[in-house]
Design a protein around this ligand. Structure first.
Ligand code: ADA
Ligand code: CA
Ligand code: CA
Length: 229
């Protein structure tokens, strides 16, 4: 009984101080300091084997795209069939980011200057994206073009139109789970779909000027453990 009372007082004091009991630590994003530069002239394919970028900075050629809102740019990387891409910095020309086919993992990626978008799910699968940060896109960070499950953990994303968009006018099901992210300055918001069957949630995260969390027709969309700063 005494323990319960002490815990309850702690909760009330924490709440009145604006602390979030369930946000143990703030998102830290990616952790690379650049170890060198690599110029790329075509998409790097990550298929049967995992690819470790060694914290080098990859600079897509302007022949692959200019990082504008032009839809016909190449991605810097294409990850397929459950492979993992890790320890990469994408340089100032963000082109069409990273495309994922049939599931995969993106771990410890830094988008210096998001291009047309940052991550596109191009075909069905389970996609894990963790320990990353991305800045200064005009429109979307995640673009979801196929039925899929997306699991996001530990990110810092600043200055985009939207954190995630299920491709406009599509009605298949996606399931999105975002945990431990710091998201700031979204022109429109966090999650947007037209699909009545899709689901999204964001937990244990820090939001600043991030717009609406749930936009459109989500079957379910919710949040918990959010700190607005
Ligand atoms: C827009 C466009 C789609 C697709 C998408 C993307 O939503 O309408 O056709 O190109 O962008 O994958 O970037
Ligand atoms: Ca687009
Ligand atoms: Ca795109």
């Amino acid at each position: 009984m005494l323990k319960q009372k002490v815990f309850l007082s702690f909760c009330l004091v924490s709440a009145s101080l604006g602390l979030d009991l369930f946000t143990a630590s703030a998102a830290s994003g990616s952790w690379c300091n650049s170890t060198g530069n690599v110029n790329i002239y075509s998409t790097v394919l990550v298929s049967s084997q995992d690819y470790d970028g060694g914290c080098r900075t990859f600079h897509p050629s302007t022949s692959m795209g200019d990082g504008s809102q032009d839809e016909n740019q190449d991605p810097a990387f294409r990850v397929e069939n459950g492979a993992t891409l890790k320890n990469v910095i994408i340089g100032y020309n963000g082109v069409d980011g990273i495309h994922v086919y049939n599931g995969g993992t993106l771990d410890n990626i830094h988008w210096t200057n998001v291009g047309e978008d940052a991550v596109t799910i191009k075909s069905s699968g389970n996609v894990y994206v963790r320990n990353f940060e991305g800045y200064n896109g005009s429109d979307k960070f995640f673009q979801i073009n196929a039925p899929s499950n997306l699991y996001v953990d530990n990110c810092i994303v600043h200055n985009m139109g939207k954190f995630l968009r299920q491709s406009g006018g599509t009605y298949f099901q996606i399931n999105v789970s975002v945990n431990n992210c710091q998201i700031a300055n979204m022109g429109e918001g966090i999650f947007r779909t037209d699909s009545y069957s899709s689901t999204a949630k964001i937990t244990n995260s820090q939001l600043h000027n991030a717009g609406s969390i749930c936009i459109g027709n989500w079957a379910s969309c919710w949040w918990s453990g959010i700190t607005w700063y």
